[in-house]
Design a protein around this ligand. Structure first.
Ligand code: PDD
Length: 275
């Protein structure tokens, strides 16, 4: 494991963040999680593009060019010696006296952490995972990959305490996404997922799953669906950088069917993209 802060590589547990860091005091920043397979970062360009979009959305300048951030990430990966890794990138508005308005001049700071990837155990892949639903109490700009994750943290904890793997945010009867994943259903052969609006994170795995559907002639609609529709679905799954494409076995204790032909096909198609 290795880390980087501002301008140097550091040990993972080395104290490097001053008390007045804005990530620490305000959650004033953005992040990305990138999966590394066999030493190669997967969809790095897409993650860098989303990092730039998140930065623009919060009116923050990145401290380095995207090319330089990518180079530093690769150097960190190299130094870590880990081949099945997760790269965590974070950019905050930096160190300043504690007041809400932006630092002048800009002081944005980059953090990188490289760790072993969390791999979904084979039994969970086979069985699928239980999920619960929870009220979507988040703000209106969920497309920004913001450090402010309190509702997501609360939701995930609620899921774990209920013996579930993920909590799905439901807003006025509509299923949006998970606390750290996007969500899809399959009904009568057609796949549905919430459209890429400001109400959800535009997941990179979500985009790949959509591409996999198109390439395999599986009909797919980016269209909102209700919790009732999800409960009546033939199949459902969540997607994320760390979970890839993962079947849902039950929702709030109500089981979905055991057969999952479409999810299985998409999962296999996804495995091909990693190569
Ligand atoms: N979470 N929705 C939310 C709210 C997320 O936090 C994430 C990712 C996703 C899936 O996005 P992607 O496919 O680009 O990973 C959807 C990361 C992994 C995390 O916070 O650890």
């Amino acid at each position: 494991e290795i880390a980087y802060y501002q301008d140097r590589f550091v040990e993972i547990d080395e104290p490097v963040i001053p008390i007045q860091e804005r990530g620490h005091q305000f959650g004033d920043g953005i992040y990305e999680v990138i999966r590394v397979y066999e030493g190669r970062p997967f969809t790095m360009a897409e993650h860098m593009e989303r990092l730039e979009k998140s930065a623009a959305a919060i009116r923050m300048e990145l401290p380095y060019s995207p090319e330089e951030i990518e180079r530093l990430s690769l150097e960190a990966l190299n130094r870590s010696g880990i081949t099945e890794a997760e790269i965590y990138l974070q950019v905050t508005r930096g160190i300043y006296k504690r007041q809400h308005q932006f630092p002048v001049p800009g002081a944005s700071a980059l953090s990188i952490v490289v760790k072993n990837a969390r791999v979904v155990p084979e039994e969970k892949r086979e069985s699928g995972v239980p999920v619960i639903t929870t009220d979507d109490v988040r703000w209106k700009l969920c497309h920004i990959k913001s450090l402010n994750l309190l509702p997501n943290v609360m939701a995930k904890q609620e899921a774990l305490e209920a013996g579930a793997h993920e909590a799905l945010f439901v807003d006025d009867g509509i299923v949006k996404e998970g606390s750290s994943s996007n969500v899809f259903l399959v009904k009568d052969g057609t796949v549905k997922t919430y459209p890429a609006t400001n109400s959800i994170l535009h997941g990179i795995t979500r985009r790949i799953a959509i591409d996999c559907a198109r390439e395999n002639d599986i009909p797919l609609k980016e269209e909102a669906f209700s919790l009732d529709e999800l409960l009546e679905a033939d199949e459902a799954f969540i997607t994320s950088t760390t979970m890839e494409i993962l079947s849902i076995s039950s929702i709030d204790g109500r089981n979905l069917p055991d057969e999952r032909p479409v999810t299985e096909k998409l999962f296999q198609a996804f495995q091909h993209k990693k190569k």
